[in-house]
Design a protein around this ligand. Sequence first.
Ligand SMILES: [Fe+2]
Length: 319
Amino acid sequence: MTDCTLTRRSFLRSTASAALWSASGAPHVLSEPKRRIISTSPDKPFRILQITDIHFFGKEAELNDPLTQALIDGLVKHFPPDLIAVTGDFWCDNLDDKGLSCCKQCSLRIDGYGIPWLFAWGNHDEVSDRQKAHEILESMQHTLYSRGDGNGNYRVELQDEDTKKPLWQFYQLNTEKVGISTRETAWLKQECDSLPKTPGFIFCHIPIFQYNEIWESGVAQGVKFETVCNEEEKGAALPEIAQTDAVQAMFVGHDHVNDYSGVHSGVNLVYGRATGFGGYGADRVEKGGTLIELFPDRGTYSYLSVFPDGRTWKQKREG
Ligand SMILES: [Fe+2]
């Protein structure tokens, strides 16, 4: 792990509660579990490093985990981010009932960079007790994770550090083993409806059905070496996501040898570059990460696949 004295934007976590009045006039205090806020200066680019499918504690972990850690060290060194987004398959199942221990060890490894980070659940992030896993993830010093709706769907707000105005929203969805379900889209709609109009990203693990369509139609740029594994999500989520009129892009993982993106229904569907040597695919697609650069004052963003020696790769159609 790198000796990290990186500069970064300030961030804060706060607990908030809201009081509402019912029809009978009695007050209801609604406890928001936690509000997650990170702040920046809107005239500077805000850098997010997406790492995905890390697969710590998998097969041959003694060999693979140090390689993966060194890779992340290199990414952080060459592309110092303001935020790290871990989009699932952080560890490998609940082997020997060690899921919670893996969750803690993985979290400590990323927390050690001293950079704010968030996490979206992947299908291999199995534990015997989800509540305890929420506690572990929420307890880290630099985490922005929240159990949110109780199931790990939560929002992080990027704010102007001076005016406190919201600049961008990050919605983390728990796709479990099945993909985005109506639980996630209903939660997303509720969140977006409750906010002043702000652009946002979804970070989640499993792609949606339309990742197939952007490739088949030729819209997508990048490389595709495997079938899109959208699991049980068959296309119903995107109209709901698009209807929020707030989500600019979604960043997923899951399929290690696909690294492409394209716009469908006004939403940019992006695969992040797979990161972990504990997962398949290093022989087809070089392991790395995805650097997302946000320009809050312009309302725009860009992204690149990045590698630990400082190289970058812009998604372009090959084959
Ligand atoms: Fe996965």
